[in-house]
Design a protein around this ligand. Structure first.
Ligand code: SAH
Length: 268
């Protein structure tokens, strides 16, 4: 590859290009191929360091989405195999129905500045996104995979763990990127679990989780005050706990109780 036509990294797009081929290959090997349904979307291919391994996998229907025009031009120059498979666009806004029909997996060395937003989009699309293998800042990876009882356990941990099994795969130091980010990175894998229904209103579930963590130092009794809970619910022992002490199951159960008590209040 000639160096003169390389893409100059743009900070605003979270561009840190990986230059360690061993790590690039290892990330792509993180994909569980039986979970891909053959369709894979790479977010932010940049100059294609992961893409070049993905295009070699047989039976894989790959598409890539890249927001940066210079990177798209680079990919077009260097990857004839990607002809017709490059979407120049924003993953957060793209109509994913027009990308793939049916289920697919996501892979990428994510732009770190929008990694949380990417996961909220994945949650929205969870019945289509079977698996995510991605690199992101280690701190966010730790939060996502964190279990209840830990300080790092938060909104994204609960919401993602509700629908995905999450594994830490490996850590990656800053020196393997150009330019090097200021933080450690990590590669994680999320695989859709079997949960289809929550047994409670999902909007209320999300509200309970978000409200509980918004004032994470307070007991749930205080943190959830604005949800105007009935006195029966407010008196429950679980209300003495803080949000970070509740497992996914606990949050689901709590939401079910709140929902029931509201139905009673409203005479439903
Ligand atoms: N995969 C490459 C590049 C990683 S840097 C590598 O490992 O070297 C993150 C990439 O995501 C950049 O190429 C950046 O242009 C792209 N990107 C940033 N925001 C994006 C968005 N909203 N949608 C799609 N791609 C995006």
């Amino acid at each position: 590859m000639a160096t003169y036509d390389k893409v100059r990294a743009k900070k605003s797009l979270g561009q840190h290009f990986l230059h360690d081929e061993g790590i690039a290959r290892k990330i792509t090997e993180g994909l569980l191929l039986d979970k891909t349904g053959n369709q894979v979307l790479e977010i932010g291919p940049g100059m294609g360091v992961l893409t070049k391994y993905l295009v070699e996998i047989t039976n894989l229907q790959l598409k890539v989405i890249e927001i940066d025009r210079d990177s798209v031009a680079y990919l077009k120059r260097h990857f004839a195999l990607l002809d017709g498979k490059i979407i120049e666009g924003d993953f957060l806004k793209e109509d994913l129905d027009s990308v793939f029909s049916g289920t697919f997996s996501i892979i990428g060395n994510f732009p770190y500045n929008i990694s949380s937003q990417i996961f909220f989009r994945v949650l929205e699309q969870r019945n289509r996104v079977e698996q995510v293998v991605c690199m992101l800042q280690k701190e966010v990876a730790d939060r996502i995979a964190s279990r209840h009882g830990n300080k790092t356990y938060g909104i994204l941990s609960v919401l993602l763990q509700t629908f995905y099994n999450i594994e830490n795969l490996f850590k990656v130091p800053p020196g393997v990127f150009t330019p090097p980010p200021k933080v450690m990175s990590a590669v994680i894998r999320l695989v859709r679990n079997d949960r289809k229904q929550l047994g409670c209103d999902e909007k209320l579930f999300v509200t309970v989780v978000k409200t509980g963590f918004n004032q994470r130092r307070k007991t749930l009794r205080n943190a959830l005050k604005n949800l105007t809970l009935s006195s029966d619910v407010a008196a429950l022992p679980v209300m003495d706990k803080r949000a970070e002490q509740l497992s996914v199951e606990d949050f689901i159960q709590l939401t079910q109780v709140i929902e029931k008590s509201r139905a009673v209040q409203h005479g439903v």
